[in-house]
Design a protein around this ligand. Structure first.
Ligand code: UD1
Length: 338
């Protein structure tokens, strides 16, 4: 069974490709390599022993998207990762984000709407909840006004899919709201490859650990939390990848209760920035150079998932602990700098 993975050379995409191949799916990747590299194909092959088909296509080119679906009428499902994801950049270049993240989604859904039956998984984010009023955050928590154009593209993306599903019963879709993905494949052959200075906590920590960055800035220790630093739900990328396979199987097996569904993907456990640093120090045996600085604009105090719906309805549960995920991130960082 052929599955299209857009953005399949990216961080979460590449791990999902491997899990799909492990379950016997034939994978075809579309990626424009704007934030990834064709070398990732070798990493995927070295793990699964199967080389995915690959087409370098920019999804903004509508005629190429149409042409792809004309040539691959046997695609049974689409997992759509391809998107821009830097919050700060989205504030500077909103139209780039709306074109990249929304325009391309519309083109894909138009193609899927032509089919008799289609299955679509969308990469969404817990950013849609903003600062939720209650922890843990369940799927019933209200969507709050977005803090950035990036966050808005996730909210709008979900709305576009929901509205399309409402008028097209042959389109089945699931939006997966990720908490904070981290780590690398246990083989050490694929992982996160941030371009330039990482914006996210874990790659910044591991790059500091190998000496690529001098010091980590901890953005504020005067938040109303136990140690004063912000709380997030760090989820191991392989666990996350497996959830995509399970969501796809739910659709392919016709087990979905509605043709548009939403699931949170997290561990259910919140960790503070200092706890993440301590986890790094524990698994690496190194002291991390860090200092406390001012809060980062737009940061929320706390976000961790209510995992009940994913556990009970999707039948998925994260397996790895923060320390295990951190160990994989650290091994990956050392390997790519060696
Ligand atoms: C960020 C984005 C979010 C996006 C997600 C995608 C912001 C405000 N939010 O989430 O919209 O969906 O990435 O991956 O950019 N931290 C430090 N020092 C650092 C980096 C981070 O102290 O150098 C802290 C942050 O203040 C935060 C935690 O580490 O408390 C996690 O930060 P990060 O990895 O950027 O993730 P989010 O802020 O949760």
């Amino acid at each position: 069974m052929k599955i299209l993975v857009t953005g399949g050379l990216g961080f979460i995409g590449s791990h999902t490709v491997v899990e799909l191949q492990n379950e016997g799916f034939e994978v075809i990747i579309i990626d424009d390599c704007s934030n990834s590299s064709e070398k990732v194909l070798e990493g995927i092959f070295s793990i699964s022993g199967k080389m995915p088909l690959f087409e370098k296509i920019d999804l903004k080119e509508k005629s190429k998207v149409e042409d792809f679906f004309r040539r691959h009428q046997d695609v049974e499902g689409v997992i759509h990762f391809a998107a821009s994801k830097a919050v700060g950049e989205s504030v500077e270049k909103p139209l780039l984000y709306y074109e990249n993240n929304i325009g391309t989604l519309v083109y894909l859904l138009k193609e899927l709407s032509k089919k008799d039956n289609s299955n679509f998984i969308f990469s969404s984010s817990c950013t849609v909840y903003g600062q939720a009023d209650e922890m843990p955050i369940s799927e019933k928590a209200p969507v709050k006004p977005a803090e950035s154009p990036y966050g808005n593209t996730k909210q709008m993306g979900e709305e576009i899919i929901r509205d399309t599903c409402a008028v097209n019963s042959s389109l089945n879709a699931i939006a997966l709201r990720y908490f904070n993905p981290m780590g690398a494949h246990p083989s050490g052959n694929i992982g996160e490859l941030p371009i330039g200075v990482p914006q996210n906590l874990v790659p910044f920590i591991t790059q500091t650990g190998v000496g690529l960055r001098q010091e980590l800035s901890v953005f504020g220790d005067d938040y109303p939390t136990e140690d004063g630093t912000c709380i997030r739900d760090y989820i191991y990328v392989v666990d996350l990848a497996k959830a995509h396979v399970q969501a796809l199987q739910r659709l392919l097996g016709g087990k979905n209760e509605d043709n548009y569904e939403v699931f949170n993907l997290g561990t259910g456990k919140g960790s503070s920035v200092l706890e993440v640093i301590h986890s790094f120090e524990k698994v690496s045996g190194k002291k991390l150079n860090y200092k406390i600085v001012d809060r980062r604009a737009g940061d929320i105090v706390s976000a961790y998932a209510d995992t009940k719906k994913a556990n009970e309805v999707l039948g998925w549960k994260s397996q790895y602990t923060l320390d295990e995920a951190m160990k994989s991130a650290w091994e990956w960082e050392q390997k790519i700098r060696a």
